[in-house]
Design a protein around this ligand. Sequence first.
Ligand code: EPZ
Length: 435
Amino acid sequence: MDKLVIHGGQPLEGPLRVSGSKNTALPLMAAAVLADGKTTITNVPNLRDVTTFSKVIQVAGPNVQFDPDAHTVSIDATTVDHPVAPYELVKKMRASFYMLGALLGRCGEAKVSLPGGCAWGPRPVDLHIKGMREFGAEIELDEGYVIARTPKGGLRGGSFRMEPSSVGATVNLLLGAVTAAGPSKIENAAMEPDVVAFGEALKEMGAQISGLGTRTIEIQGVDQLDPVDVRNTPDRIELGTYMLMALTAGAPGASIDVTHGNHHHLGHAFKEAVDATGADVLYDDDTVTLTPPETPEPVSIQTATYPGFPTDLQAQWTVYLALCDGTATVTDTIYDDRFKHVPELQRLGIDVAVKGNTATVRGGEPIKGAKVMSTDLRASVSLVMAGMVADGTTDVLRVYHLDRGYEDLEQKLQDAGIDIHREEYDEFAEPELER
Ligand code: EPZ
């Protein structure tokens, strides 16, 4: 297994470059399954999740070529003859569940493993299933699999209101509805930029969709979709993460550039929170220039769906708060149990406590390096951030979580002035204990 070893205390100097979005690339790949022919997606990050999803799609029949150096995925979906997404792959990555909509839309049938829980708790897929039933699918659950069929002529379309609003269910229902026999409506739909970019790509492929980026999406089914060449969007969560790294580990008064991002995808709440820290932030085309303040302000945040503060940035915000003099809170309203990073941050000396869905951080305590364990993607990047400002050495173990969503992180950070490297270790080796 790999770990990241960080010798803390070096200021982050930048620049940091944002890669293509993981959470847009995956639905774009699923969309390619709908088209009879070869779709090419560029600006795809070289991440474990992309490799996993390539395998998931290949199982169903398409030929998937991922060139990680060219950041390009080509999916030739001329043949889709095995509409199955097996447990062995779905358990590695929940977004594999997008195959439900893709396979129902393309083949009229699908056998897709239920994803089960995730590292920080239960993450249901009931809305995906209820919505698909509303659109005409017959669905039964058998031995951990969702077995779905459409009537003759495919899904008929329908109307579904989701509560709460769900990114994944919106993607899945769009995948199913774009080739349904009749019109469909998704209410309380996700407005996240990832969903909008995916919906725009479907339109390029010939789908008839209106209302993307609003709470009501309407779809008029078409007979077939055509393959396209599409460019993936920059990763908004990676952009936000690097801005918070700049804020936390940059030298006060020294500006840091984060390049190749799309700041319009950050949402107003995140930008307002960053402004309130006292940082100087310049948003210019694809570059954000951030200058950390002398005295960072403790700013409380609460996550919400887009354009609210992203849940995928709350762990990183918690680390920022540890540097401020004063107390502030982080409340997650999307996932009320997404706090597995907190005990690990406590190991580094951070004064943080969780009650319900709120973490309270009393900043200003010295942060000291230690061995800490990654538990999920965003938790692990928060540990790296804390290691960057800790006194001494921090080992972030089980870094495979981080490799799911941050391309070349240690190389990018090394180039930006951070003392960080990767090492292999044996998690099950007998410990050599001093006495
Ligand atoms: C997407 O997950 C992202 N993943 C997550 O990013 C992100 O945290 C999340 O959206 C919220 O923004 C991908 O895009 C691949 P949801 P998703 O369905 O689609 C509840 C990362 O770190 N819900 O929008 O699975 C759910 O429990 C990952 O990159 C139901 O109740 O999230 C949650 O409270 C982690 N029933 C809320 O909706 C359902 O059927 C929003 O979840 C579906 C969801």
